[in-house]
Ligand binder design. Structure first.
Ligand SMILES: *Cc1c(COP(=O)(O)O)cnc(C)c1O
Length: 367
């Protein structure tokens, strides 16, 4: 792949050819305003609850220093994370959301033509992260019940594979992988391949044998645990995530990060949020209880819903996807349609979930 440099066109600047392969990130849309009808955004897996007072206070106080650059080393945040996770700060990297860390990691490990293996359908940032670096995205189909096929993923690893991404719980289909199956999978992946365990929704998992990715990483230097404060911690708008990895991997990721990426407001709010365990756990418990209620009601209505381990549910509507999304929009909720695969619906406050259940009840066919 490293041959003669591509000649520069004479007439105009042209970006790298690989950028032509970069798919667009489709963001969840806000609900359409409807006269006299309350609307709910169920399209981006956000936390529906306002931040705890202590988090707001920390953010407001940090906002007063916006004429200054933030602490470039995010010192207080690194220390809070190191304490919380029981790891030395040299094993950490922080970024503007865990999506940024994912991009940095692929950039740090992939030459053009190298392979990034992940399940599909999964998080839509994965193909983008690979394509931006000119890496090849190797997509391994999910099982029919929306789970990672970890055997097939291990089989898909070749000499060119540099990174494997495991999304647990899987966005958008819902199931988490189990600790034992992930451990067996890691035993099959060569030590020279980075395995990222993307735990964006870990706080919502209540299933048996939950993944303890930090424990798996302690015995294996190629495991990267990626987490975010966007979902359970309710800081989606501030852009802050972190990863835990070996010294070497964490340092490589930090080298790719933009200087001063994580703002002072985000750093302060993140530190405060890490300290608000009880209040945030109450919010997560409320969302989990709602998830269980919604899944039970959908099954009662006749839908077959994959195991929902995150703060969202998946309806595999196939060709009926656009019609369902349109019906939801009419009723005042915005869901996230995926082409003709299905819709992902975020679990929100009970009133929004009730609107969703009403739309689902009225819709035919129930898949
Ligand atoms: C939301 C999400 C993230 C985190 O995104 P941020 O950039 O931290 O907001 C990471 N992975 C998955 C699978 C997600 O759904």
């Amino acid at each position: 792949m490293t041959g003669a440099p591509t000649p520069r066109p004479a007439d105009r600047p042209v970006p790298r050819a690989t950028l032509a392969d970069v798919p667009a990130y489709v963001a969840g849309r806000p609900p359409t305003p409807r006269e006299g009808v309350p609307t709910y955004k169920l399209s981006s897996n956000e936390n529906p609850y306002a931040p705890p007072a202590a988090v707001l206070a920390a953010a407001e106080s940090a906002a007063r220093t916006m004429n200054r650059y933030p602490d470039m080393g995010s010192t207080a945040l690194f220390e809070a994370l190191g304490d919380e996770l029981g790891v030395p700060t040299s094993h950490l990297a922080v970024g503007t959301g865990s999506v940024a860390l994912l991009y940095h990691l692929v950039q740090a490990f992939c030459e053009p033509g190298d392979e990034v293996v992940f399940a599909w359908r999964s998080f839509e940032a994965y193909p983008i992260a690979a394509a931006v670096c000119g890496a090849r995205a190797v997509q391994v189909p999910l099982t029919s019940d929306g789970r990672h096929d970890l055997d097939a993923m291990a089989d898909a690893v070749t000499d060119r594979t540099r990174v494997v991404l495991v999304c647990t719980p899987n966005n958008p289909t819902g199931p988490a992988v189990r600790h034992a199956e992930l451990a067996a999978f890691l035993d099959r992946v060569p030590a020279g391949v980075v395995v990222v365990v993307d735990e964006a929704y870990r706080e919502f998992v209540r299933s048996e044998d939950p993944v303890d990715a930090l424990a798996l990483g302690r015995g294996r230097a190629n495991v990267v645990v990626m987490r975010t404060l966007a979902k359970a911690y309710g800081l989606a708008g501030l852009r802050v995530g972190y990863l835990v990895a070996s010294d070497e991997i964490a340092a490589a990721v930090r080298k790719c990060a933009l200087p001063f990426g994580v703002s002072a407001v985000a750093q302060a709010a993140a530190v405060a949020a890490l300290g608000c365990t009880t209040e945030l756990a109450e919010r997560v418990d409320a969302i989990v209880a709602e998830r269980e209620r919604v899944v039970a009601a959908l099954r009662e209505q006749g839908w077959s819903v994959p195991q929902a381990d995150g703060n969202f549910v998946w309806l595999g509507l196939g060709e009926h996807t656009p019609a369902f999304a349109a019906a939801a929009d009419q009723a005042g909720i915005m869901v996230r349609p995926y082409g003709t695969d299905g819709v992902r619906v975020t679990i929100a406050e009970p009133a929004g979930n009730d609107v969703f259940l009403g739309v689902a009840d009225a819709f035919e066919p129930k898949v």
